[in-house]
Design a protein around this ligand. Sequence first.
Ligand SMILES: C[S@@+](CC[C@H](N)C(=O)[O-])C[C@H]1O[C@@H](n2cnc3c(N)ncnc32)[C@H](O)[C@@H]1O
Length: 202
Amino acid sequence: MNQYFTNNENLKSNIKTIQFTIFDETYILYSDNGVFSKDGVDFGTRLLLETLLMNEMQGKVLDVGCGYGPIGLTIKKRTNCQVDMVDVNQRALHLTEKSAVKNNLIVNVYKSDAYENVEGIYDFIITNPPIRAGKKKVYEILIGAYGYLTDNGALWFVMRKDQGVKSTLKDLENYYNLSIKSRKKGFFVICATKKEKIVDNA
Ligand SMILES: C[S@@+](CC[C@H](N)C(=O)[O-])C[C@H]1O[C@@H](n2cnc3c(N)ncnc32)[C@H](O)[C@@H]1O
C-alpha cells in the first residue's frame, strides 16, 4: 500500500490547489496524490493551529512532518517567527515550496527523517505526527523534540483519542510538563514544555 509518508515516484502526480481559510484569511495550497489529507486540511491540523495561534509566538519554529504545508505556512503568515519545515516525503516538500511562493511566504523547507538533518534549537516544535509511520517514529518525533527545544521552548502536537493520546501522554511525562490545550471531536491538542531534567524511572 502506498502510504502518504513514503516517497513513491511512481504514484501518478495530479497537482491541484485547495483553499484553506483560517482566522479569516484564505491560503491557496498545492496538494497531490500521495500526501496526507490531500483533499483539504485535516480537522486536527486546523484545531492545532486555532489553539496554538491564540498564543503569542516569537522566535524559531520547526514544523515536523509538514506535509503540503498548512501548519508552517499559517504560522509564518500570522507571526514574525522564522519557520523551518521538514518532511520525509519529497512530493510534500515540493508542494510546500510551491505553496510558500503562491502565498508570498518565506520559509525554509528541507528533507529530514525526524530530526536527522535538523540543526540548532527551536522555541516551538509543532507537529501533527505521522501515526501511520508507527509508534517508534512518532516517539522519535515527540520525545526527540526535547533535544531540539530551547529551555523554555514548547512542543505542540495534535492526536486523536483513538490514536492513543492518553498512553502517549503517560510516556511523555518523564520529559515534559504536559497540558491539554483543547479537545474537540476526539482530537486533543497538547502543549509540552521541557522538564528541567528528564526523570529516570529506571
Ligand atoms: C499527519 S501528516 C501531517 C501533515 C501536515 N503537517 C498537515 O498537518 O497536514 C504527517 C506528516 O509526517 C510526514 N512524515 C512521516 N514520517 C516522517 C519522518 N520520519 N520524518 C518527518 N516527517 C515524516 C508525512 O510525510 C506527513 O506529511
